[in-house]
Design a protein around this ligand. Structure first.
Ligand code: F6P
Length: 538
């Protein structure tokens, strides 16, 4: 048996032992549990002590990480080696948030100077728009941006804007991603074309949804401003020939590189709309938060490394205990889009069934991620988290110092976050419930049926991520924490976390079906698909 296989076997054996004990019991047995399973990194505190592993199990998980070559893989990542082999690309989003002059190389080629150059142009452009030095076709200053993009060209900027937007922004930022025209129609409501910049973000500049929305927006601009409307178009793309053909002036095109994966791209020019609307300082602080997490991830030993520990806790649940779903609940309304962002980050990165070299994986990979803002979701799916038949591990993200609104309401929010994690782990025994019902004078027959329904099994794991405050810096650290956690999992599973071949087939078939829906010749389909096309063709 290889070292890696032996380490996996040890992890599975550890998980079997974990099945027959309760998480809460580990605090008595392991006096240093809380200290060992709490780490601080870049303004975040991560408490993994409510996870089902013992400290001995953690040691097995760390052995697995070492045996899987995590430390060497981490070095290869930062060295700009070809981590995305199926597309022959380096993976270097860390270069986008590094301090000026950092000296990163992608596949041996220096990249940091180009990164600094584009960032410098983004800052200059943003400052000109914000100060009113750069104005629209009719001489009016820009008061709104319509950001058009989808997937990695949308989720990150949307998350950042929602998390950090001022209550009354100088420049309003709207988003349109879906090819469903309802979204862009809604986004345009109340916007004045004379005061609106349209930022089209697409790595490839061919994505159907984005180009459809971009055409709608260009028509909207031209209808109001004539051909001068095109001067309100800005593009963010790696395909400079296509942006030019679309009518975007070259000095309003901001490039990025093939070593920036879509779901890792918010740090690049993909974040331009946020940079303009939030200001360069906030965007720099966001990048610096990501860079601080990079330094922590790169330099900290595995046993106190936040992304590594979070990944191992998730792997222990996923592979050791067979838990195929995880919930993420930010107790911060401003972070309500975090689960959406993580759905792409984790499931597009690690939803893979073959390894780097095309062999079937030996271990189950990505879990399904879902969630929304707490406390709202306590009134939705938390019933299932507490009493459902499946154990669904939970990541709770909370903010220690709220910066806006009623401080008493902030405390209530925090109390809910803490209490839910406690309730999930501790539960409530049937005995306890029976005693309470009995004390209230409930008849014995009723106690028989009621008590089991009011019992909480407990022993349901959670991770608690506490942000000092919700600032650009801690947000950057949080996003980078999950990026690196996703990478670590990919290394353990032996997969390429940076390609996404699984989205291609649907795209190809959609264009074929579109041809048929719009009068083209019918193709060969299964009876169900053929019937739908026949019904909807027009
Ligand atoms: O969903 C597939 C995908 O390729 C994502 O990886 C990417 O973020 C998204 O489409 C958008 O792609 P583009 O930026 O090229 O428009």
């Amino acid at each position: 048996m290889s070292d890696v296989d032996a380490a996996w076997a040890a992890l599975h054996a550890a998980a079997e032992r974990a099945r027959v004990r309760r998480i809460a019991s580990l605090f008595d047995r392991e006096p240093d549990r809380l200290a060992k399973l709490t780490v601080d990194a870049a303004g975040l505190t991560l408490d993994l002590s409510k996870q089902p592993w013992s400290l001995g199990d953690l040691a097995e998980a760390l052995d697995l990480a070492r045996a899987s070559g995590l430390e060497a893989a981490r070095e290869r990542l930062f060295a700009g080696e070809t981590m995305n082999a199926s597309e022959n690309r380096a993976v270097l989003h860390m270069a986008l948030r590094a301090p000026e002059g950092a000296g990163f190389k992608a596949q041996g080629q220096p990249v940091s100077a180009e990164v600094d150059e584009v960032l410098g142009r983004m800052r200059t452009f943003a400052e000109a728009v914000r100060s009113g030095a750069r104005r629209g076709a009719t001489g009016q200053p820009f008061r709104a941006i319509l950001h058009i993009g989808i997937g990695g060209s949308d989720f990150g900027p949307r998350l950042v804007w929602e998390a950090l937007r001022p209550l009354d922004p100088q420049i309003e930022l709207r988003f349109a991603a879906n090819v469903d025209p309802a979204e862009i129609q809604q986004a345009l409501v109340g916007l004045d074309p004379a005061e609106t910049l349209v930022v089209v973000v697409s790595k490839t500049f061919t994505t159907q949804e984005t180009m459809t929305n971009a055409e709608t927006a260009r028509t909207w601009l031209r209808d109001a401003l004539g051909p001068q409307g095109d001067s309100h178009l800005v593009a963010v793309s790696t395909a400079l020939d296509l942006t030019r053909a679309f009518g975007v002036a070259d000095d309003q095109v901001f490039g990025f590189w093939d070593w920036v994966g879509g779901r890792y791209s918010v740090w690049s020019a993909v974040g331009l709309s946020c940079l303009i609307a939030l200001g360069p300082q906030a965007f720099d602080a966001f990048r610096a938060g990501g860079a601080a997490m990079d330094a922590h991830f790169r330099e900290t030993p595995l046993e106190s490394n936040a992304p590594v520990l979070l990944a191992l806790a998730h792997v222990f649940n996923r592979n050791g205990l067979g838990r195929a779903v995880r919930s993420v609940v930010p107790y911060a309304q401003r972070l309500r889009l975090l689960p959406n962002f993580l759905q792409q980050l984790e499931m597009e990165s690690n939803g893979k069934r073959v390894t780097f070299d095309g062999k079937p994986v030996k271990h189950a990979t990505a879990v399904a991620v879902f969630g929304d803002a707490g406390s709202n979701v306590q009134h939705a799916f938390f019933q299932m988290l507490h009493q459902g038949t499946d154990v669904i591990p939970l990541d709770i993200v909370a903010v220690a110092q709220g910066s806006e609104g009623d401080p008493a309401a902030q405390k209530k929010l925090l109390a809910n976050a803490i209490a839910q994690a406690e309730a999930l782990m501790v539960g409530r025994t049937e005995e306890d419930v029976r005693a309470e019902l009995f004390a209230k004078g409930v008849p014995a027959a009723e106690i028989e049926t009621l008590a089991p329904q009011r019992t909480f099994p407990g022993d349901r794991p959670s991770s608690f991520i506490l942000m000092d405050r919700l600032s650009p810096g801690t947000l950057g650290a949080l996003v980078a924490l999950y990026e690196h956690k996703t990478f670590v999992e990919g290394v353990l599973w032996g997969i390429n976390s940076f390609d996404q071949w699984g989205v291609e087939l649907g795209k190809t078939l959609a264009s074929r079906v579109l041809g048929e829906l719009t009068g083209g010749q019918s193709g060969a389909h299964d009876p169900s698909t053929a019937a739908l096309i026949a019904r909807l063709r027009g």
